[in-house]
Ligand binder design. Structure first.
Ligand code: ATP
Ligand code: MG
Length: 502
């Protein structure tokens, strides 16, 4: 690709005085000029470290310093490997090894974990953005504290790998996705274009920055010179208060967060223009409750491999076309193909294959790239369909399909049947190994209150489903186990059913 200057330098030249970041916790604000200065100082601090690796692990929750380190590595032409602070030390050490990171940037909260990871993975130096507690950690200096700086005009290549982002691991071991500067800029541009981002927009960022959902608002905002309000951790009451107090116009949430806001009686202000729901399917019930409460809900569809959403629906669209995730964003092409890879007609289900400027050039492991990226683009593993107007519907994942006695079962259909029972709030359906049938249908359900009767649920599903689709094993749980990005953790569901299903 062509050489370009980095996103933030372009922004600073245009609107240096505009507010870039607000940290709710400390109530501090940074203009784009100040943000840029901090990025520059961090660039120099990181460049002074002795390391051969171009990959930098970042072990931090959502905070302004994360955004600064992110843009500093972009400016240096290096690669950020965001590390999920909720994972175990062993898992993280494995990721550091797989990605060949040497430098690990941490903060006060993650300092001891970062040291353990470095020890296990034989990595280092470990540097902190807070004043370190242990002598073995270097102080990178808080990138958001004031200091001297000099302007930077380094040119960067859009094909540089800016990020190695791990998938949520819903269908197996998380995959390391390589995302280029070009992927990220294309994603920010296309989503901002679809949403009609305006200069006075204010985005609330309350998702983890070690997933695309948390980083995307920062990128989108920098591109358009709008403001990101940073909440370090989602908390329903506090989040509602922040949305009001900071006149937030846009926020990205995973469906479970949105559900919790509604349960707390959330009444959004008129200034709120977008609530993007992503990472996992939003139920019809949730969308209906959003519309009733006046939430400007925009369901989205996307994945780590496409640097966040590639389709978004408006509130009007979900009213007129129930269940849709909307049309693909500008530049993105979605083809629905059958098992043989041939495109199918509108209305017919198949696997979604995606191409366009936001699609990853590949995974860390070449075999995974070869398995997923074909002539027509990235095979998402998601089953869905499109209508004549180009709107998309997502049904389920290929890997979720249950084959029992040679018959295909769509877990979604079983989930819908279970959910239609008045005592069932939510459900997840998986296949368990079965000697006779190969797999058998099994379900965990979240009951609405006490006194759930399995027999009544089974009878209910008998009336609605063909025999081979009926759950043969059931278990009740208080809450569905979920991955950090909000998708149902099907492996945990399976384990739970194997432990104490009836
Ligand atoms: P892994 O790839 O490791 O199994 P993952 O696919 O859950 O994990 P992410 O990249 O975080 O990791 O999630 C993207 C996936 O989430 C999509 O491929 C799709 O299956 C699901 N998803 C995202 N948005 C929606 C939606 N609106 N409706 C249904 N599913 C969605
Ligand atoms: Mg995936």
């Amino acid at each position: 690709g062509e050489l370009t200057t980095d996103l933030l330098s372009t922004r600073v030249a245009a609107t240096p005085e505009a507010t870039a970041l607000i940290d709710v916790e400390t109530d501090r604000e940074w203009s784009y000029a100040e943000f840029d200065e901090r990025v520059d100082a961090t660039t120099r601090a990181l460049a002074s470290l002795e390391t051969d690796s171009s990959r930098i692990g970042v072990l931090m929750g959502t905070r302004p310093a994360f955004a600064v380190v992110f843009f500093a590595t972009m400016r240096m032409g290096r690669t950020v490997v965001p590390l999920n602070v909720r994972e175990t030390t062993e898992t993280l050490a494995g990721k550091v090894e797989r990605t060949d990171c040497e430098t690990i940037v941490c903060d006060r909260e993650t300092e001891s974990t970062a040291l353990e990871i470095a020890d296990l993975a034989d990595a280092g130096p470990v540097v902190s953005v807070d004043e370190p507690r242990a002598g073995t950690v270097e102080y990178l200096s808080d990138p958001t504290e004031d200091g001297v700086s000099s302007a930077s005009d380094r040119e960067i290549d859009p094909d540089d790998t800016q990020l190695i982002m791990f998938t949520s691991g819903t269908s197996g071991e998380p995959k390391g996705v390589r995302l280029t500067v070009g992927n990220l800029v294309a994603s920010a541009t296309a989503s901002a274009f679809r949403l009609g981002v305006a200069p006075d927009d204010r985005w609330l960022c309350c998702l983890p920055m070690y997933h695309m959902g948390g980083l995307a608002p920062v990128l989108r905002s920098t591109l358009y010179g709008t403001t990101v309000v940073i909440q370090r951790e989602f908390d329903p009451d506090e989040t509602v208060a922040i949305l009001e107090a900071y006149d937030v116009t846009g926020v990205s949430l995973v469906p479970t967060m949105c559900k919790r806001l509604l349960e707390g009686g959330w009444e959004p202000a008129d200034s709120l223009r977008f609530v993007l729901l992503g990472g996992a399917p939003a139920t019809e019930d949730l969308l209906e409750r959003c519309l009733e409460a006046g939430v400007p809900v925009h369901p989205t569809y996307g994945m780590t491999e496409t640097a966040s959403q590639i389709a978004t629906a408006t509130p009007a669209e979900i009213r007129s076309h129930e269940g849709t995730v909307g049309r693909p964003l500008v530049g993105t092409e979605v083809t629905v193909v059958d098992d043989g890879g041939k495109p199918v007609s509108p209305g017919e289900p198949g696997e979604l294959v995606v191409s366009g400027p936001t699609v990853t050039p590949g995974y860390l492991e070449d075999e995974q790239t070869a398995a997923a990226i074909g002539e027509r683009g990235l095979h998402t593993g998601d089953i869905g369909y499109r209508d004549e107007g180009g709107r998309l519907w997502i049904l389920n994942r290929r890997s979720d399909r249950i084959v029992t006695g040679g018959e295909n079962v769509d877990p979604g259909e079983v989930i819908d049947a279970l959910r239609s029972h008045p005592a069932v709030d939510d459900a997840s359906v998986v296949g368990l190994p079965d000697e006779e049938w190969g797999e058998r249908v099994a379900a965990v359900i979240v009951p609405v209150g006490d006194g759930l009767e399995y027999a009544s649920v089974l009878e209910h599903s008998d009336e609605r489903l063909a025999g081979f689709k009926r759950p043969k094993t059931l278990a009740a749980v208080d809450e569905l186990p979920r991955t950090a990005s909000g998708t149902v953790d099907r492996e945990a569901v399976r384990e739970r059913l194997l432990e104490d299903g009836v």
